[in-house]
Every structure is written in C-alpha cells, then in structure tokens.
Design a protein around this ligand. Structure first.
Ligand code: GLU
Length: 418
C-alpha cells in the first residue's frame, strides 16, 4: 500500500486536517478558518523539581488555550514523557470540538508536564503539580480556564492543583473538575468517560440496529477510561475478550472476568500475567479477531502501519486521537465504523460540566441524577451526529467535526469578534 502523506502528520496537523475538511464543507471564510484553527494562547513553563535524592530536575510544562468562543477554556492536564507543545495543541483543539459537539458551555484547552509520573514519589508529584499550577495560575480562573485529569493525572492531582490555586486566589473548588468527592468532586465523575462510552455505543447500536449483547470487545488500556468502559460494557452483556496496559495485555476468547482482572491489576500491578487469560502484546490486541475495538490509552495507535491488520468492524475511540487520518480514511473505505473521540469520549467533560455547575451552586447531585443527565447528553449528541452523517454521506467523524465547527463559528459570529 502507498503511504498517504497525511500519515506523516504530527498530532496537531492531524486534528487540523479533520478541522479543515469540515471548514471547507461548511464554506467558512478563510479568515474565520484561520482564527478557529490556531490556539488563541499558549504558555510554556519550566517546572523545577527537587527529587527525593536531593538533586534538581527541570521539567517542561504547557497550557494551551485553543478557543474560548463558547465559554471558559476547559481541558485536562496530562503528565507524560512524550507530551510536547504539538501534542498539547492537538489535544486542546480536540477539546474545543468536543465541548461543542457534546454541547457543554466551554471552550477548549489542555495542559501537560513532560514527566514519567510512575517514576515519581507522591511528594515529588505533589511538588511538581504545585509548581506547575503556580506558573500557569494567571491563566486559570473559575470562569476563565478550568483544569481536569487526563493521562497520568487523577483526583489527587486535582486536589493539589485546587489547593495551590486556592493559596493564591482563595478557596475555589470550581477551578478544577475530577477532584475527590470529599473536596467537592462530583459523584460519577471518575467513571464518566468510560460510562459515557458505553451509553454512546448503546445509543449508536439502537439507531443502527446493531445487536450489542454477546459482541466480542477488545480494549487497549485499563486505566480509568478502559476499566470503566469494560465494566459498563459488561453491564450491556458484551464479552470483554482482551485488555492491556503499557506492559502488555491479556486475552480470553470466552471472555475475561472484569472484576477478577481489576482485582488482579490492583494487587499485581499489571494485567499481562492475569491467570484468567493468555498473555498478548498491545500490537496483537489491536489485530485480534473481535467485533469492537476500543483504543482507550494514547494517541496514534492505529496508523497505516497496522490498519490492514485490524479485524474489528467497529472502532470506538475512548482515547483521544488514537487513529491517524490516513488509517481513518482506509477504515471508512473498508466500511468499518469509527465512533470518534470528540463524540464518544465526551462523557468526562460532560460530568466535569456537572461538577463545575454543582460547585458554583454549592449543591450536590445524587449519582442517579449525574448518570441520567450524562446519558441524555450522550444520546442527544450520538443521535444528532448519526443523522448528520446519514444525510451528508459522511463518516461519524466528518459529521462530528462539521457540527462542532459550525457551532464554534456561529459563536464567534454572534459575539462579533471580527
Ligand atoms: N481529559 C478529559 C478529556 O480529554 C476530560 C477533560 C475535562 O473534563 O475537562 O476529555
């Protein structure tokens, strides 16, 4: 197969590629297209860290605010060794389109610190989170820019961010979402992205007549998103045949016990040697004979190099940007359905919106209310995008970008920015 040029694209170029396709279809004027393509503000900071052994390490951090036309900037903070400015830009842009397509009143942002959180102690993580927060605090604000967890960060990280910000500006729980429930976090926020994936997939299945029970599902990644997606899909009677973490995966054609696996991961720290399955690599997991493949870890795992080996007819992007544009085009031509990141993994930011609203109102919702409202947001967006894709002969990704770009362009026009 000839490698298409777009597979050489960086992460930001890839997201821009999808955006520009939508902007062209919508016939946006060139100036508006440029304005929506580029991040509105970018900050690069140095994060010096005193290691437990006394040495000083200098880490690099970023906060990119991509677009604020529809509301305060919103997006997670990632701790990962490969997080660079290009990736943070891509993820910030994706948040702009995600918040628009799922219709929560936010713009898009993302932050990161280049580090390996698994190799740092709790004291080191606490200190680096505080230093990073202090360095970007002038950009943050309850109605300006609100952070959340992402790859390599969690509720504890958000508690430290909230505390570091509070020391400068005073007690402000709504400055972060995804914080511990004891500090004003929302019930159901931790599970929200994985649960939202299951709600969205169930709605897509209902609309298209796809029979979900008994379908064989392979999930790459067993972090927060992957493990909650596994739980929620088991509740829909899917058979989880494989899952993995960075060290490798486990496979059982008859179905893995999700509870047993998560217990094992909790005690042994890795899924590969789970006694209820056979060890496989992450590459083998992607190529498994299964019905539904769910990349739920990092970006760019399905590219022209392995797309020919993908056997699943439904790919559900629980991770952000797991499929390259060239691989996406090949899957579309092949007739596979890709349910795209900006739509299907939006459950996290939906419940972030609920958490922010609860904090501002100083009122707590019960879990059933959170989940019912999450289901409504997912169902509405999935059905809108399904209809748009049918009418326009577009992929679900094409339809989702088109809807998102149209909404953000309209907000820019209504506000009279230019
Ligand atoms: N990090 C999550 C995402 O990529 C959640 C963002 C948020 O809740 O602000 O969607």
């Amino acid at each position: 197969m000839t490698v298409q040029p777009q597979d050489r694209m960086s992460s930001f170029e890839s997201v821009t590629f999808f955006f520009r396709q939508a902007a062209e279809r919508l016939k946006l004027p060139d100036g508006i297209t440029e304005m929506l393509q580029w991040p509105w503000r970018e900050l690069k900071v140095v994060v010096p860290l005193r290691r437990d052994n006394g040495s000083v390490e200098v880490l690099h951090g970023f906060r990119v605010q991509h677009n604020g036309a529809r509301g305060p900037y919103k997006g997670g903070v990632r701790f990962h060794p490969n997080a660079d400015l290009d990736e943070v830009r891509a993820l910030a842009a994706l948040m702009t389109w995600k918040t628009a397509v799922i219709d929560v009143p936010f713009g898009g942002a993302k932050g990161a610190v280049q580090c390996s959180p698994g190799l740092l102690s709790q004291r080191e993580l606490n200190q680096l989170t505080r230093t990073y927060t202090q360095s970007i605090a002038h950009l943050l604000g309850v109605t300006r820019d609100i952070a959340a967890p992402d790859v390599g960060t969690n509720a504890q990280t958000m508690a430290w961010m909230m505390d570091a910000y509070g020391r400068i500006e005073g007690y402000s729980p709504a400055i972060v979402t995804g914080k511990p429930v004891e500090l004003g976090g929302s019930l159901g926020r931790e599970a929200a992205t994985g649960r939202g994936v299951a709600y969205g997939l169930a709605e897509w299945a209902r609309l298209t007549g796809y029979h979900l029970p008994g379908k064989r599902v392979a999930i790459q990644g067993s972090g927060n998103v992957g493990s909650w997606a596994a739980w929620s899909l088991r509740e829909l009677d899917c058979t989880i045949v494989a899952t993995s973490d960075v060290r490798g995966g486990t496979f059982n054609a008859r179905g893995l016990s999700v509870g047993g696996l998560l217990d094992h991961k909790g005690t042994a720290g890795a899924v590969a040697d789970f006694p209820g399955g056979e060890a496989i690599t992450n590459d083998e997991l992607l190529a498994l004979d299964c019905d539904i493949l769910i990349p739920a870890a990092i970006e760019n795992v399905i590219t022209v190099d392995n797309v020919d080996r993908i056997k699943a007819s439904v790919v559900v992007e629980a991770a952000n940007h797991p499929v390259s544009p060239a691989a996406d085009a090949i899957l579309f031509e092949r007739g596979a359905t890709v349910i795209p990141d900006l739509l299907i993994n939006a459950g996290g930011v939906v419940v972030s919106y609920f958490e922010w609203a609860q904090n501002i109102q100083q009122y707590r919702w019960e879990l059933d209310r959170v989940n019912d409202e999450l289901r409504k947001f997912m169902n509405r967006a999935v059905s809108d995008i399904h209809l748009r894709s049918q009418h326009g002969g577009l992929s679900l990704r094409g339809a989702a970008y088109e809807c998102a770009v149209e909404r953000v362009a309209r907000a820019v026009e209504l506000r009279g920015f230019v």
